[in-house]
Design a protein around this ligand. Sequence first.
Ligand code: ADP
Ligand code: MG
Length: 160
Amino acid sequence: MRRAIYPGSFDPITNGHLDLIERAARLFDEVIVAVLINPAKTPLFTVEERVEMIREVIRSPQVRVDTFDGLLVEYARRVGAQVIIRGIRAISDYEYEFQMALMNRRLDPTIETIFMMPAEPYTYLSSRLVKEVCALGGDVAGVVPPGVERRMREKLFGKA
Ligand SMILES: Nc1ncnc2c1ncn2[C@@H]1O[C@H](COP(=O)(O)OP(=O)(O)O)[C@@H](O)[C@H]1O
Ligand SMILES: [Mg+2]
């Protein structure tokens, strides 16, 4: 049983995240999308809302959603995952991801980090940018699922 975890903030999930989830689902028996509970960050959506939005858009039966806090490698061990999936967009992602991957390897050499690239139209996409554009009244259709777009408008403008 090859099981991978895909950890992140997913505040909110974008079509870039989804692209990666679908690619990973073709490679592993089970993919767990793991939403990080991070009290240090001030997210737009609660963890529960983020989990709900992810559940609404995942299609593959071998993908499930979970939450975690604490050390990622400990969570991976607990759920029996051999692989951590992370996305690489531009060069700017590289340094931080490289540090994290090597630190996680130090903490548990049996868990492998795998980097995946999204389809080209999503390489510029981040949750942060999507939130900024939406807050300024810009159109985010096509970069987030429709349900996410609706919830973002509700959250930012209190309905619409
Ligand atoms: N558009 C995208 N295409 C591919 N990977 C992405 C995209 N947006 C984010 N990712 C990747 O998804 C993972 C989770 O991202 P994110 O939700 O921003 O959480 P984090 O707080 O861990 O960065 C990271 O590995 C990130 O590089
Ligand atoms: Mg990020």
